[in-house]
Ligand binder design. Structure first.
Ligand SMILES: [Fe+2]
Length: 380
């Protein structure tokens, strides 16, 4: 029996594109989804691209294995050219590894064939609600000038953003006074800007937390570290396209247009009532031990401890994360390179501890990093 599940309210009936080369599953998906959504379908990657070029699509169900292309490859192209279309991978060849790959490349969720109808409809509805939230935030950060204005204007912009965001679907409820309750929205904000930005921030928070377990931080300092690391690049949600940029890599100087993001980010979160250490991490994560960093050229222990930790964590991620323009370094090489800069770029004592801890758990680093986000929200 068809479950009594209704799609989230939107201004229009959402359109779902079903991409599957096998008639059976394709027709099943169409039959299940048709009562709730406009349906388009495609039997191949080429046919899917044709539909995308000619129709407004909200959500895609994507078969992992297509006759003319791998589903993951098509997923990457779709997320590159239509970042606002959400994709659910449906596959008979699934494994945890390919699920993680799909999520890492921006899929909102994953279902194995033969799928459970209730799970399918629930996932589609959750994903469409997430799309509403991301669309709202994308529009907000593109159109708001107050967000980057004076502190009073910025505070007004956050209030407006929270009200609009809270009115969407099930995210609502009374506005909370606990700043930690902002995490789901802040996580969505990073994703609305760019999925790669959210991935980077999640991993950096994870790496920073690894180090936190080796030094004596209070519980509050540990929380601030996890949150500050997660938000360290929030200054990049402005109008310029997000770049997983070379300015962050050892040996590169730092493009001028990127250099304002620590201060911009710290100003941006100032009205949110987050712990002071969070603002410091955002403001100072590009300072270097020898004073050659930016924006202030702070030196040694003049750089707040938690910012020194995040400096290590974000550099490690820039060296080891997969990126389109170059091959990532294996953990051992990244660690060797970072150790060579202990005492110049990095706090020497923290560098020793950091290189130890990432080497100890390097076997599980990629999967653990992907699965971790301080917001506690998994993908829809
Ligand atoms: Fe940064």
């Amino acid at each position: 029996m068809m479950p009594l599940l209704t799609p989230p309210p939107t201004a229009h009936k959402p359109t779902v594109l079903v991409i599957d080369d096998e008639a059976g599953p394709r027709d099943a998906l169409k039959v299940i989804l048709r009562p709730f959504f406009n349906i388009q379908s495609a039997e191949s990657a080429r046919a899917a691209i044709d539909v995308l070029n000619n129709q407004q699509i909200d959500l895609i169900t994507l078969d992992q294995k297509l006759p003319d292309r791998q589903g993951l490859d098509l997923l990457q192209e779709i997320k590159h050219s239509h970042a606002d279309i959400e994709v659910i991978i449906i596959t008979g060849y699934g494994s945890l590894k390919s699920a993680m790959e799909g999520i890492r490349h921006g899929a909102a969720g994953y279902l194995l064939k033969p799928f459970n109808v209730t799970e399918l409809i629930t996932l589609v509805n959750q994903t469409l609600e997430k799309k509403q939230r991301l669309d709202y935030l994308r529009h907000f950060i593109h159109s708001s000038t107050e967000l980057w204005g004076t502190e009073a204007e910025c505070a007004r912009a956050w209030d407006a953003m929270r009200a609009g965001y809270g009115a969407i679907g099930t995210t609502g409820g009374e506005p909370s006074t606990d700043p930690m309750d902002l995490l789901p929205m802040l996580s969505d904000l990073l994703e609305a800007k760019d999925r790669q930005l959210l991935n980077h921030c999640s991993r950096v928070s994870f790496y920073a937390t690894l180090l936190a377990n080796r030094i004596s931080l209070t519980v509050n300092e540990q929380k601030s570290l996890a949150l500050g690391a997660f938000l360290h690049d929030i200054g990049k949600i402005g109008k310029e396209p997000y770049e997983f940029a070379d300015d962050e890599i050892i040996g590169a100087g730092g493009a001028c247009e990127q250099r304002h993001h620590p201060e911009a980010g710290a100003r941006l979160v100032a009205p949110l009532g987050l712990p002071a250490e969070v603002g410091q991490i955002i403001a100072y994560h590009h300072e270097r031990w020898d004073g050659s960093g930016y924006p202030h050229g702070l030196k040694g222990e003049g750089i707040p401890l938690l910012a020194r930790i995040v400096c290590l964590a974000q550099t490690f991620d820039h060296l080891t994360a997969e990126r389109p323009d170059r091959t990532p370094l294996p953990v051992d090489e990244a660690v060797t390179l970072m150790a060579a800069h202990a005492g110049s770029y990095f706090d020497p004592t923290l560098t020793t501890l950091f290189t130890q801890v990432v080497q100890e758990c390097k076997a599980s680093l990629p999967a653990m990093a992907l699965a971790t986000s301080p917001s506690g929200r998994t993908d829809a």
